[in-house]
Write a protein that binds this ligand. Structure first.
Ligand SMILES: C[S@@+](CC[C@H](N)C(=O)[O-])C[C@H]1O[C@@H](n2cnc3c(N)ncnc32)[C@H](O)[C@@H]1O
Length: 244
């Protein structure tokens, strides 16, 4: 059952056996993204669909729907969403879950998990868990699909590599890793200078995704099946789907 706000850590600490390791807040989150996710007022400020949509220049619903379409109209099997997101992506994902499907959402910030819990109706198919994308407490090959929505651009390269390695590890052979994120826009893109300036000021690792394809951050052993890539809005955004 989707836990009520605040119950996630309480539930974790009530588990029998040794206390689960509580992941510390990663340095990059505290240093670069405290204002967006960590600060107690961050949720209050950013959990507004019009604001998320404005930050994405009106592309929020298009990108959200592209991710959902990739997962399926009726989502079967086990899905892992790595990191919460503002907006209604996860509530919509839940509405598509087949009766026997499961969704696990993992985030490193309890405040973000509590916010997501408030957005979801109680649902025994959905679990929210406190964890770090670089060391998932999940068995190998456990998930039919793994979703990463605008997480990778926020992570330094070595963290991004570890996140992708974990996403691949926990996906079943033949399972899909669906990523939606920034991408290098076309040279003529009128917003390119503005976005570059915002990245310089607020999103220090985001231009990595302008300088290199996401595949270059994948572990070396991956790469037999070419990933399917689609770009949006003059190339500013991308959806990349990798088959494990
Ligand atoms: C998915 S990203 C960005 C999403 C997008 N900007 C939006 O609309 O919300 C934001 C989330 O990633 C989470 N996050 C960042 N680094 C993480 C990590 N190493 N492990 C798990 N979650 C992480 C943050 O706590 C936050 O909830």
């Amino acid at each position: 059952m989707t836990p009520p706000p605040g119950a996630i850590d309480a539930a974790l600490s009530a588990l029998p056996g040794p206390a689960p390791r509580v992941p510390p807040i990663p340095r990059y989150l505290e240093q670069a993204y405290w204002w967006a996710y960590v600060h107690p007022r961050a949720v209050h400020t950013f959990e507004r669909e019009w604001l998320v949509n404005a930050i994405l220049f009106g592309n929020y619903s298009r990108l959200r729907d592209a991710a959902l379409a990739e997962l399926g109209q009726s989502i079967r099997g086990r899905t892992l969403q790595i990191a919460c997101v503002y907006g209604d992506l996860t509530p919509r994902l839940c509405r598509r879950l087949a009766p026997d499907a499961r969704l696990d959402v993992i985030d490193v910030l309890p405040i973000q998990l509590a916010n997501l819990a408030r957005k979801l109706p109680p649902d025994p198919r959905v679990t929210l868990a406190h964890g770090d994308s670089t060391s998932l407490a999940c068995a190998d090959a456990a998930y039919d699909q793994v979703l990463l929505f605008f997480l990778l651009h926020e992570q330094p390269a070595h963290v991004r590599r570890a996140t992708l390695a974990e996403a691949i590890r926990v996906a079943k052979p033949g399972g899909r890793i669906v990523m939606v994120d920034y991408h290098r826009p076309a040279r003529w893109h009128p917003l390119r200078p503005l976005v570059a300036a915002v990245f310089r000021k607020l999103e220090p690792y985001a231009t990595d995704l302008w300088d290199a394809e996401i595949e270059t951050f994948l572990p070396a052993r991956v790469g037999s099946a070419p990933a399917a890539k689609q770009t949006y809005y003059g190339g500013l955004y991308q959806k990349l789907v990798l088959i494990r």
